[in-house]
Design a protein around this ligand. Structure first.
Ligand code: PTR
Ligand code: PTR
Length: 311
């Protein structure tokens, strides 16, 4: 098994990069009309990472502004769960209010962040939540209060209170931030990533069980909201590994290529670098090894794609 893993790590990397390059050449599976409307363009963090119309999350329209329903966020299906995730960009100061409105309207319980706010001296994501205990921030009609922070080796868990100042209701929101994942890169170890992923699952399960339905529009519980800076590279990698490892546990097989293709039909451009695509394979293999299912993995994909083509 160790040998197999090593083999995949080194020999097959090029083949997987080729597989990824093919995926990347496919045109996006939809239009980007709303993202391009003049009133919305400054709500996108990156001009080249727009959000597809057919799967976008609509905010409830406000006042007389027909464009107040736009946010750069898409629903993404999970393993046997429609709209299991919302995949979105790192909020911009001008979209903090929209971001919390989306959390409220979609009944999100858990926000997963796979970026730091600043990386290599560049702003990657706004500070849209109060980082210190008992701090509070107000955005539009919401007040967000920090109710405690717990540090882990590669990530941190924050408890937030989200208060809707229009209705007086408040909800508990968990925030899990992974700290050791550079943009355009991969986590330093699959193990650290897998530990984080399992924590994400545990929190979502606990919170969904503790809160009572109905989840309007989400019969199996609310979506996990996940974002990085652009909401495609690291977010896409996280979702792919989550889906594939769930499927492995359920029916004993995985298909990373198909999973990524499907993901990209809902959140365009998901998975940004060849290394992130290869990392999906490594993380799934490492997980399979940890849970004793490595024999179940059909290595045909690896075999087929072995070639000397360039990445
Ligand atoms: N225009 C940006 C760029 O300079 O590449 C878009 C971009 C930024 C794309 C970050 C992906 C990024 O990574 P992630 O989705 O992991 O935040
Ligand atoms: N700045 C990013 C880059 O140059 O990689 C922006 C980008 C994002 C470019 C997505 C292309 C993208 O689409 P695709 O993944 O389909 O090539």
């Amino acid at each position: 098994v160790e040998e197999l893993l090593q083999y995949c790590k080194i020999k097959q990397k090029k083949g997987l990069c080729r597989e990824y390059t093919l995926i990347r050449t496919e045109p996006p599976a939809g239009t980007f009309e709303q993202a391009k409307v003049k009133a919305n363009t400054n709500k996108n963090r990156y001009t080249d990472v727009l959000c597809m119309d057919h799967s976008r999350v609509h905010l409830n329209t406000r006042d007389s502004d027909p464009h107040s329903d736009y946010i750069n966020a898409n629903f993404v299906d999970g393993y046997k769960q429609r709209n299991a995730y919302i995949s979105t960009q790192g909020p911009l100061p001008r979209t903090f209010g929209d971001f919390w409105r989306m959390v409220w309207e979609q009944m999100v319980l858990l926000v997963v962040m796979t970026t730091r706010t600043v990386e290599r001296g560049r702003l990657k994501c706004g500070q849209y939540w109060p980082p210190e205990l008992e701090d509070r921030e107000e955005y539009d009609n919401f007040t967000i209060i920090n109710n405690g922070v717990t540090d882990f080796v590669d990530y941190k868990l924050t408890s937030l209170i989200l208060q809707n100042n229009m209705t007086g209701e408040s909800r508990k929101i968990n925030h899990l931030q992974f700290l050791s994942w550079p943009d355009y890169g991969v986590p330093h170890s699959a193990d650290a990533f897998l530990r984080f992923m399992h924590h994400v699952r545990r929190v979502q399960e606990e919170r969904t069980q503790a809160c009572s339905p109905p989840w309007i529009g989400h019969p199996n519980g609310p979506p996990i909201l996940i974002h990085c800076s652009a909401g495609i590279g690291r977010t896409g990698t996280f979702i792919t590994v989550d889906i594939c490892t769930r499927r492995l546990a359920d029916i004993g097989t995985v298909n990373i290529q198909k999973t990524v293709r499907r993901l990209r039909t809902q959140r365009a451009f998901s998975i940004q670098m060849p290394d992130q695509y290869v990392f999906c394979y490594l993380a799934v293999l490492e997980h399979a090894q940890n849970v004793g299912l490595i024999e179940n993995i059909d290595l045909a994909n690896f075999e087929d794609s072995s070639s000397d083509s360039e990445c």
